[in-house]
Write a protein that binds this ligand. Structure first.
Ligand SMILES: Cc1ncc(COP(=O)(O)O)c(C=O)c1O
Length: 340
């Protein structure tokens, strides 16, 4: 293997985090998120979102998703996700195991729009079927696409008109917010969702997602839900200090922007060589359509994934770059691909 483009969590964490962990190692702190580092990270997040949000650090994305969704829904309520959405496709039924159905809306580009959700609201069988109460989206999406401000505004307005809670999975939110096509800010996201999270695991932290709750009605009992699901970490300081570092001086966005730029270089190289890209992504996940004859070697050298079958002779591949992907590796990849 020359370098793996299989995912964006193959490296550890940004060196400034390791330094901060080492420097604070023996300083005693309160547990369960009441430490000084977490408090500071929360303060920075409130400033960046221009909100009085509650912030909670959770160790992973699946745990964040199931805890948030499980905390919001009543026993008979469901959540709608895109058919490509992480909670529908890739979480081993974790949401369903909380007792809530995930309803899938077909989506070609990974995004949801009001028209995709409408059919779930007009259930003619009343209390014989689940009541749709939440909309789950991710930004960037599972296909690397990003929501525009207009799209998110339309979706949030629709949700409020229909008494739906809008939840944004932000495992790759820093990549979305640094994508060339992005026109959203963190403050917009806070104003146009009820709850969302800022991913750390894929964005330079060892682990951790910062859940940001802006809807006052969802705040009160969240810590009880966290604790009951085993998601309230005694050594919350380990996540607090990471976000404290990542949110200083724009670090998390610089790292995400780097991942995006590395992916763009690769996407351009594929396009220049005449390969189609199956989806128009300007974040750190790209999906070139490759001839099956070159895939085994490509996988051996670069650990990319077969995403789907395009036709008898071609497959859609997924390449992911990370905050730590070395630029010389990408340049070497581009050279090789171009046959230089
Ligand atoms: C959009 C999104 N949400 C959630 C997750 C789940 O995160 P974890 O593997 O930390 O549970 C992932 C993981 O790949 C993801 O891509």
């Amino acid at each position: 293997m020359i370098y793996s483009f299989a995912n964006d969590y193959a490296e550890g964490c940004h060196p400034s985090i390791l330094r901060a962990l080492a420097e604070t190692n023996l300083i005693q702190q309160a547990g369960y998120g009441d430490d000084a580092y977490t408090k500071n990270a929360e303060k920075i997040i409130r400033e960046l979102t221009n909100s009085d949000a509650d912030v909670h650090m959770i160790a992973g994305g699946t745990l964040a998703n199931l805890t948030v969704i499980g905390s919001v829904l009543r026993p008979f309520e469901s959540v709608v996700a895109a058919s490509t959405g992480h909670i529908y496709v890739n979480e081993t039924g974790a949401i369903e195991a909380t007792g809530h159905k995930v309803e899938a809306a077909p989506s070609a580009d990974g995004k949801l729009r009001p028209a995709d959700i409408k059919p779930f609201l007009n259930k003619v069988r009343g209390h014989h079927v689940v009541r749709t109460r939440m909309v789950y989206i991710s930004n960037s999406t599972e296909l690397g696409t990003v929501y525009t401000k207009q799209e998110l505004t339309d979706l949030y307005t629709f949700c409020k008109e229909n008494d739906l809670i809008l939840f944004m999975d932000g495992a790759r939110l820093p990549m979305a917010l640094t994508a060339p096509s992005n026109d959203l800010t963190l403050a917009d996201i806070a104003a146009l969702t009820d709850v969302f999270y800022i991913g750390g695991t894929k964005c330079g932290a060892l682990l951790g997602e910062a859940v940001v709750i802006t809807n006052p009605g969802l705040k009160r009992d969240f810590k009880y839900h966290l604790k009951q699901r085993g998601a309230l970490t005694a050594k919350g300081r380990a996540m607090g200090i990471q976000f404290d570092q990542l949110l200083r001086n724009n670090l998390i966005f610089d790292l995400a922007g780097h991942a995006n730029r590395m992916a763009a270089k690769m996407a351009n190289a594929f396009a220049a060589k005449g390969y189609a890209l199956s989806i128009d992504s300007d974040t750190n996940q790209i999906f070139p359509v490759l001839s099956n004859s070159i895939i085994p070697q490509m996988q051996e050298d670069y650990g990319c994934l077969v995403w789907s079958i395009a036709d008898e002779d071609h497959s859609v591949m997924r390449f992911i770059t990370s905050w730590a992907t070395p630029e010389d590796v990408v340049d070497e990849f581009v050279k090789k691909l171009s046959g230089e």
